[in-house]
Ligand binder design. Structure first.
Ligand code: AMP
Length: 395
């Protein structure tokens, strides 16, 4: 069975085509810079890689281009759009509506749309991907897998905010958590690696968006993102934790509208706001050249992660492993080193040589005598989504 997984971002469309249940990747790639004249399609199969620059103004054109390459008689993989049995979509916010993979209907799309105000960078793009895929692959079953689903086991003591109760009961204002598919995937790999189901693990997903989850015996019990993906760690363009009264000050004293404040905190803050750069590789390069803002931003980023490690070790009442994953977590040796420094009281001892290895597989980078393991586990949200969609359709 061929399963196409789509992960639509605001200006990108990542895709992977799997043959299931074998989990073989038949094709993978991304369209970047959607909305621009110089958008790029990267398309990879066993037959080779294609990279082309083209004017791609919307997701529909992007997915049509992907479909065209999938169907191409020389470079392609499928003979007809009907060959795709399922299209699985990553959807960031499932709110109170969705706690498991869901077959997409008009009602489901309406609910994803309603939730757009809670995840303005993501849900509209996810919905756009669904609508376009329905048009291009009309015979395929369309399934949504929600980032919030794995975080549904977080107990009330952790998900409830200390505001009047009706805001939870009537307005569903609570912590939801995000990146659940990634945290689920890497925590299951970590449990397999540790060889014990009963475990206390902290997963640290550091990409453009960053979040952490406290996981006890395979179930999430707390998480750093909250009502929206703006909360918690310092991210590429998002501020993470701030005192909410800053928002009133921005409005009342500095004349910011709520829309401007939203844009400021979601798109102009985080590492970009601190340094002028969004990509951590640029920030590392500038820090190595002595740029003080970049050095401080890296330290602030690691400091925030450390604070969460401390609080999650407390709520877990112990710690078997911390797990680094995603673009920064998997690749940035410096960030892992800054995070693990001076955490020996928690039994965290980094092996610098292992940390500096360029291996791309699951690996432990702690010293032999480290009580807590430090793991680097490449995430694979697309495979996790493929597995979940197939399970749903089978059952
Ligand atoms: P993701 O959202 O998981 O694709 O991760 C994107 C982030 O990973 C960007 O901020 C990149 O700068 C960062 N990243 C990717 N490769 C590296 C690397 N080798 N060193 C540092 N950061 C990296």
């Amino acid at each position: 069975m061929q399963v196409l997984i789509l992960n639509s971002g605001s200006s990108s469309l990542k895709f992977q085509l799997f043959s299931m249940p074998k989990e073989t990747i038949l094709c993978s790639g991304v369209v970047e810079r959607i909305g621009f004249n110089d958008a790029i399609l990267r398309f990879k199969t066993d037959k080779g890689s294609i990279e082309l620059e083209s004017k791609i103004l919307n997701h529909k054109t992007a997915l049509k281009l992907v479909a065209q390459h999938l169907l191409d008689k020389d470079t392609g993989i499928i003979k007809s759009p009907k060959d795709i049995a399922i299209v699985g979509h990553r959807v960031v916010h499932g709110g109170i509506f969705f706690s498991k993979p869901t077959l997409i209907t008009e009602d489901v799309k309406e609910k994803i749309k309603t939730l757009a105000s809670l995840a303005p960078l993501h849900n509209p793009a996810n919905l756009e991907g669904i609508i376009v895929a329905e048009d291009i692959f009309p015979k395929a079953k369309q399934v949504a897998v929600f980032d919030t689903a794995f975080l549904q086991t977080i107990p009330e003591v952790a998900y409830k905010y200390a505001i009047p109760n009706e805001f939870l009961t009537e307005h569903h204002i609570r912590l939801y958590g995000f990146h659940g598919t990634s945290h689920k995937y890497v925590s299951e790999k970590a449990i397999e690696f540790l060889g014990k189901e009963e475990s206390k693990i902290i997963t640290i997903h550091l990409g453009n968006g960053c979040s952490m989850t406290a996981i006890k015996n395979g179930k999430s019990i707390d998480h750093s993102m909250g009502f929206s993906p703006l909360d918690g760690l310092i991210m590429g363009t998002r501020s993470g934790d701030i005192d909410p009264s800053i928002i009133f000050h921005l409005k009342d004293k500095l004349g910011y509208s709520l829309k401007e404040t939203n844009t400021l905190l979601n798109k102009k803050s985080g590492m970009l706001g601190l340094t002028g750069y969004n990509d951590l590789r640029d920030i590392e390069t500038m820090a190595a050249r002595g740029n003080k803002e970049c050095i401080l931003a890296l330290q602030m980023n690691a400091y925030r992660i450390k604070k969460y490690i401390g609080s999650y070790a407390a709520v877990l009442n112990g710690l078997d492993a911390i797990v680094f994953t995603a673009g920064i977590g998997e690749n940035c040796k410096l960030m892992r080193q800054l995070v693990c420094e001076n955490l020996d009281f928690l039994g965290i001892h980094l092996d610098v040589e292992k940390n500096n290895s360029d291996l791309r597989t699951i690996r432990a980078i702690n010293k032999e005598d480290s009580k807590a393991r430090i793991l680097v586990i490449p995430t694979n949200e697309e495979l996790e989504i493929a597995k979940q969609t197939v399970n749903l359709i089978k059952n």
